[in-house]
Design a protein around this ligand. Structure first.
Ligand code: KIV
Ligand code: ZN
Length: 381
């Protein structure tokens, strides 16, 4: 059976760029947008044009350059925001306006200090207004994760009726558990008239470390678009990580979903975003962290040397990492030392290995990680 296509909506340049200290200039944003297009991202959210003249300029420049991905701009449910978004994406080959409003009690009553009816009216008016400029209008119900399902369904039905082509269900505060988020999407699929004509989008934050799991639960219950960022960057604890979502769907073919992401570009994409944003990737980050394919304990090294699959579920080449690495530490065994020595051209028989191994352990206790240069000295002596 053909896999169902899941659209990847990358918001590295919008939600991701909200990380304090990680702002990018226009040239850096263009470079990242072009790399995202090449990666195979379906929709690139490039900014929030009303927020600053610089952001407006980047969105409009990118809109004029990108041809293979939809170019999306964010707005609140406010006419002047929508005007700015529309003006900024007007030269895009495939423009989208992303507009919306908070729907949880906390947003309706505390932040907006209004009524549920008024929020619904503003959402509908915003979608209708955005439709004057573009066909493709996405509506977000901010804090949908904590919004009462019955009210959320009412709002979504009304915005779909008003012309929304995508409905975004953000778990803005990263509050939901995967089964709760999945059940929310299922409820909406079953209770919102017209929902089958539009895409349902996930937008999950990572405050409890569940953003990726929640996105997958959303897909399993009917979402067809996932909002995510490279390296999972974004407000507070970040967003669902693009590379994790993509590789989960690739590794679990039995789920019958796939994206059009060129996965072998994931590592270089991660490095590009990390460098331009001056935001290091944690070494143990899934898929793209520097330790994601490195093995340091003797037991694991022995297994990987015999057969990579013993301790790796992903072929590193599939995500653009050239090879698994065998890191030599005081926890490494003889098999790993022999393997690394052979790579440097020293073919040492097992029986001759002992003195080298003892010397190696002493060095490893001193140095923590033994490098090629150390091995060259060790085996040449
Ligand atoms: O987290 C959120 O709710 C958002 C919306 C603006 C889509 O980023
Ligand atoms: Zn967000």
């Amino acid at each position: 059976m053909a896999h169902k296509h899941i659209q990847i909506f990358d918001t590295t340049l919008r939600d991701g760029e909200q990380v304090p200290g990680c702002q990018l200039n226009t040239d850096e944003k263009i470079e990242i947008a072009l790399a995202l297009e090449k990666l195979g991202v379906d929709i690139i959210e490039v900014g929030f044009p009303i927020s600053s003249p610089g952001d407006f300029e980047s969105v409009s420049k990118i809109a004029g350059i990108i041809t293979e991905s939809t170019v999306c701009a964010l707005s609140r449910a406010v006419e002047k925001d929508i005007d700015a978004a529309a003006e900024a994406v007007k030269n895009a080959r495939m423009p989208r306006i992303h507009t919306g409003i908070g729907t949880s009690d906390s947003h309706v009553f505390s932040k907006l200090r209004t009524t549920r009816e008024h929020v619904l009216e503003r959402g509908v008016a915003a979608v209708k207004y955005a439709k004057r400029f573009v066909e493709d209008v996405e509506f977000y119900a901010e804090d949908a994760g904590r919004t009462d399902n019955e009210y959320l369904a009412k709002v979504l039905e009304a915005v779909i009726e008003a012309g929304a082509t995508v409905v975004n269900i953000p778990d803005t505060t990263g509050y939901c558990l995967p089964w709760q988020y999945g059940a929310k999407i299922k409820y909406l699929k079953e209770h919102v008239k017209g929902i089958d004509k539009v895409h349902i989008s996930t937008h999950c934050h990572n405050d409890l470390g569940l953003a990726t799991a929640n996105s997958i639960a959303g897909i399993e219950h009917g979402a067809t678009q996932v909002e995510c960022t490279i390296n999972g960057i974004g407000e507070r604890a970040g967003n669902a990580s693009l590379e994790e979502v993509v590789m989960i769907l690739r590794q679990h073919q039995d789920l019958n979903f796939d994206t059009r992401i060129q996965s072998h570009q994931l590592k270089s994409m991660s490095e590009l975003v990390s460098t331009r944003m001056r935001m290091p990737v944690q070494p143990n980050k899934a898929i793209v962290g520097s330790n994601a394919f490195s093995h340091s304990s003797g037991i694991h090294q022995d297994g990987v040397i015999k057969s990579r699959e013993t301790y790796e579920i992903i072929d590193p080449l599939d995500v653009g990492v050239h090879e698994s690495s065998i890191v030599l530490t005081a926890r490494s065994g003889r098999a790993a030392l022999k393997f690394r020595a052979a790579k440097l051209g020293f073919d040492v028989e097992r029986e001759q290995m002992e003195p080298y191994y003892e010397a190696f352990l002493k060095l490893a206790d001193e140095k923590k990680v033994v490098q090629d240069q150390d091995l060259l000295t060790l085996f040449s002596s």
